[in-house]
Design a protein. Structure first.
Ligand SMILES: [Zn+2]
Length: 304
């Protein structure tokens, strides 16, 4: 009787211990959650605050976000002020000491990544809503995905050392699959190297650099500033002059101006996804590139 009770208690506490030993992570975007899932497997739980079809610069805070943050062991954010309009008050209001800036559970992923478009010189209001620390849309280069996975492996292992071997194995497997997938993406994109495109916002700088596209112009006259008739006319002229045919639009922007530019230039305005979750079927990091590269190469193929 004594023995069986002991065994029962031991088994119970072991299971409690196991249940409690999952890292509870919250991310601002679905891309970060997707990479965390690759590395963390079933040893973490992870939820994203913003949906992949939402504009990550402007996310309307909800009480459910606070609940998530209150329980989190780890908060992963994109940083570079992408979330500055909505995240800081939520972190403060969560009163969760584990995820306050400077705490172990506050992880700004930009520190691990190659960041483009870092402005040189003084930043003025005339430059629009420019990201002063550089372009925060850096996850659209698989190399940055790889760097983030490595950083997460280190962070998860630090938080839960007993699972370090598990995280290392998952990270290595992710890298292997990513390297393999990149070969396919490179092969598909290679025929279109050097093609010029127009994008709505500066979401695709890292993607373009990685896959050798040239972003010749933007529908926004300045970052974060809605289209104006005079700038739209400039874009139309620019596209006509250089024979540019594709206007790539993030899912959360109005298509009217891009469509009017397409009509004026004989080109195509199309939605390209900057984030995992931008379409229902795009649920992981690999599917994001699969989806975008598929759409792009089909569109490029229409124009010689
Ligand atoms: Zn932006």
């Amino acid at each position: 009787m004594q023995t069986s009770r002991f065994v029962f208690v031991a088994a119970l506490s072991a299971s409690v211990c196991l249940a409690a030993s999952k890292i509870n992570a919250v991310t601002t975007t679905e891309d970060l959650a997707a990479i965390a899932r690759e590395v963390g497997g079933d040893r973490i739980t992870v939820e994203a605050i913003a949906k992949g079809y939402q504009d990550p610069h402007f996310v309307e805070p909800k009480p459910s976000f606070l609940l998530k943050l209150q329980k989190a062991d780890l908060l992963m954010l994109v940083g570079l002020e992408l979330e500055i309009g909505w995240l800081p008050p939520l972190i403060t209001q969560s009163r969760n000491p584990r995820i306050q800036p400077g705490a172990k559970g506050y992880l700004d992923m930009s520190q691990f990544c190659q960041v483009l478009d870092v402005p040189t010189g003084a930043i003025t209001r005339a430059m629009g809503d420019v990201h002063p620390l550089g372009n925060p849309h850096y996850w659209l280069d698989p190399e940055n995905g790889r760097r983030m996975a490595k950083a997460l492996q280190a962070k998860f292992s630090e938080m839960q050392n007993g699972d370090a071997a598990y995280f290392a194995e998952h990270e290595a497997d992710f890298e292997k699959r990513l390297t393999e997938a990149e070969k396919g993406w490179d092969a598909k994109m290679a025929p279109y190297a050097g093609r010029k495109v127009v994008t709505y916002h500066r979401s695709f700088s890292n993607f373009a650099a990685r896959f050798k596209l040239v972003i010749a112009d933007y529908v926004e006259p300045k970052p974060g500033i809605p289209p104006t008739p005079s700038h739209t006319l400039e874009v139309i002229n620019h596209m006509k002059q250089d024979g540019i045919k594709l206007i790539l639009v993030e899912p959360f922007f109005d298509m009217r101006t891009p469509d009017s530019i397409a009509r004026a230039t004989g080109g195509t305005a199309m939605v390209l996804l900057p984030m995992v979750g931008g379409e229902k079927q795009v649920t992981n990091y690999f599917q994001l590139f699969d989806y975008d590269i598929n759409l792009l190469t089909m569109a490029f193929a229409k124009y010689k």
